[in-house]
Design a protein around this ligand. Sequence first.
Ligand code: CA
Length: 432
Amino acid sequence: MYYTFVPVLLLRTLVAASAMSLVVACAAEPLAQTELVRNASASTSQRSDSPVVDAQTESTQPSFSQWREQFRVEALAAGISAETFDRAFAGVRPDPAVIEADRSQPEFTRPVWQYLEGAISPQRVRSGQRLLDEHAASLDEIEARYAVDREALVAVWGLESSFGQIMGDKSVIRSLATLAHEGRRPAFAKSQLIAALEILQHGDITVQQMRGSWAGAMGQTQFIPTTYNTHAVDFDGDGRRDIWNSSVDALASAAHYLQASGWKQGQPWGFEVQLPTGFDYALADNEIRKPLADWRRLGLRGLPSGRDEASASLLLPAGHRGPAFLILDNFRAILRYNNSSAYALAIGLLSESFQGRGRVAGSWPRGEQPLSRSERLELQERLLAQGFDAGTPDGIIGANTRRAIRGFQQRLGWPADGHPTQELLGQLRAQP
Ligand code: CA
């Protein structure tokens, strides 16, 4: 998926969740998530489709109250009590703003370097350092229990909710009910809604306090309800898993999730490297993993000594003209939290910034303008026309599109980094 730039969702192992991720991410947090996909609401790219969708909606969809009655039967069959359901749904009406957000498709994305500047602002670094100090005793206990490094936890906390200050103020039940009734992915929303009702039934939070993003990401960790049910913990011992009001519960819940995602305490997320001239950029592929010893043999510089057997991939977030990073297991654990390599890079660099490190030495190609959504669609269509299978054009630069780009770059004799650029699109436009 958007794997380099577009932020995806929070926490889930469900494959199904990854499309929504984007969506959750948008609303989750102003900096970490949203800015990458800013300008979304202004996009008119979907306008031409809308009447068709609306017409179908009207003819086939039940009204909200009809839907609610049907869903009530399903919820009760799933173990939700009538009392829990009726209390949660009292006075609930669809939220038009949620539908609008669900249907918007961002036309423009920010370049990765701008995203990182926002994510790792001096103010956020200072806040994180202060909070590491303030919560030192709790973080000692959390590290001891979950074996996840405290700097990474505080970095996640900082990007997901600005350390608990921006969590989204929408009713989670109302948002998810709206999405389950007429969102783009009703089955996913419905599973989240059932999970949200389970949380209420368990008594962790009241329906009034259960607030989150328009897509249902909740609390200081921005967990979606299913992730909450599998990974939220009551660490402060008051009997409730309160990721909204208890920073300790939130930090421990994030630690629990990263532990389950394969975090290795004390290991780096990765590190910046320098590539030799004549390097085969096709090796910069998330699916290619090599031991550090092999990367060293290929001429990469900047690798730490030791750990030769550790398995790493090469990441070029802005293509071959930008900085290069070798990424290790902890980077992949962060991707489980939010499947965006820009996000994972931000978490890695922010956690190092708390310790006075985390600076990128290489220079970003600041003159390059990322492709807009319509340009990405055009790129995919033109790659297909040239015989390079980029998959069904969807504006998403995923593994298939990258492979197709590499093929075309190789035909041109260009560095095959799989990175979409205006220059590449220009070459495609010039093809017969
Ligand atoms: Ca608690």
